[in-house]
Design a protein around this ligand. Structure first.
Ligand code: FE2
Length: 389
């Protein structure tokens, strides 16, 4: 992180070359942050470095001398830093604001976080504040749409009411920000009980909260369910925050957390003759920094465990049992009944969804579809800041 600086640093933006041109030190409001010469050269914001129409880089590292040094750095009245690099007398500029927003200087190294980004984990109390809007408001008011999409990003779940009274309104919801992710189930899927189901979702059984399709690579990022008709008895929706479970395990059972994030589980779906989908991933996925990036849990599609060391298999089964207990803990579950014209969406890489069983096998009818998360975050950025390049 940036560090407090000595008294000579102004409250106003300032830059100074140090370490014989190897470093530029930028300061603002008593804080300073260092930038390497090679990093600055690689991040020039001039027309030769970046295509202004699309923001894409025009140079590869082979175009940049490895011994680049900052020879001069001047902050002009527009708060742009005019930079000249040696040894090739390269001129570029970087807005101070852009530089400050992209600082990376930290005496301790990258911060070790369990979760990163603007994320709030939750338990059953989220029911009172689950992000919700109407289809009409989200369609007509970009600020409302932005708020709803940011709610999905923050909580991994949201509801929508007032969907158009027509077949496949769920696809209209996805069109508000992105594109349908088509799978072997089609562009959408009908969820109602069937006599010879290719998936247990198509029965009246209770469904343990799970993430969808962990047997795919990549898994669908967002899953949407719209209610066409609900059962007269039962069929309530259940949501659980997998990131909250990861937090609990990390705090209360570090070894369980470690094993569930270290060893891969094989997931498989071969429910029809023409499909044999398989993928392997840990239940709790982390990136190279240790940040939790995803949860995959679907007991129906876990194959025989063969990637756990012999000496740890019994422990791993205890770990899975503990994970399953937390999935079933009522204090972590948000439960609600979806009425016709209503929809819920989950971040399928984080939030588990399930349902209570129901008795009236002919009435409950939901329509589902998937979408990718990249379009969600793209739409959020565009709505927040239309001018980007
Ligand atoms: Fe599902």
């Amino acid at each position: 992180m940036i560090k407090p600086t000595s008294a000579q640093v102004n409250d106003r933006p300032a830059v100074i070359i140090t370490d014989n041109g190897n470093v530029l030190e930028a300061s603002l409001k008593g804080l300073s942050s260092r930038f390497h010469a090679i990093w600055l050269r690689d991040n020039g914001q001039d027309d030769r470095s970046v295509d202004k129409t699309n923001g894409q880089k025009l140079m590869a590292l082979k175009d940049i001398p490895p011994d680049s040094l900052v020879e001069s750095a001047l902050l002009n009245e527009s708060q742009d830093i005019q930079l000249v690099f040696g040894p090739d007398n390269w001129h570029t500029s970087i807005p101070f604001k852009w530089l400050w927003e992209h600082r990376y200087d930290s005496p301790e190294g990258p911060e070790q976080l369990l979760l990163a980004g603007e994320i709030d984990t939750w338990d059953s109390t989220l029911l009172r504040t689950l992000p919700e809007t109407s289809f009409r408001e989200a369609s007509e008011n970009p600020a409302v749409l932005l708020d709803w999409l940011q709610g999905i990003a923050r909580y991994g779940a949201a509801r929508m009411t007032g969907l158009p009274q027509k077949d496949l309104a769920v696809l209209d919801v996805i069109s508000l920000f992105g594109f349908v992710r088509e799978t072997n189930y089609g562009r959408y899927f009908e969820i109602r009980s069937r006599t010879s189901p290719i998936n247990l979702a198509y029965t009246t059984r209770e469904l343990q909260p799970h993430t969808d399709n962990p047997y795919r690579d990549p898994v669908p990022g967002l899953q949407f369910f719209s209610c066409m008709k609900n059962a007269s008895d039962g069929g309530d929706s259940i949501l659980v925050d997998g990131f909250r479970i990861a937090e609990i395990l990390h705090r209360e059972a570090p070894e369980t957390f470690s094993r569930l994030s270290r060893y891969k589980v094989r997931f498989r779906y071969a429910g029809s003759d023409d499909m044999d989908l398989q993928a392997s991933r840990p239940i709790i996925q982390r990136d190279v920094s240790g940040v939790v990036t995803g949860i995959s849990f679907n007991n129906r599609s876990i194959s025989a465990l063969t990637d756990i060391p012999y000496d740890e298999m019994n422990d791993y089964y205890r770990d899975l049992r503990r994970f399953e207990e937390l999935v079933g803990a009522r204090e972590l579950q948000v439960r609600f009944r979806l009425e016709p014209g209503e929809l819920f969406v989950t971040d399928n890489t984080r939030v588990l969804h399930g349902r209570t069983g129901y008795s009236n096998s002919v009435s409950r009818w939901m329509q589902g579809a998937y979408a990718d998360k990249d379009a969600l975050y793209s739409k959020i950025r565009v709505l927040k800041s239309p001018r980007r390049c």
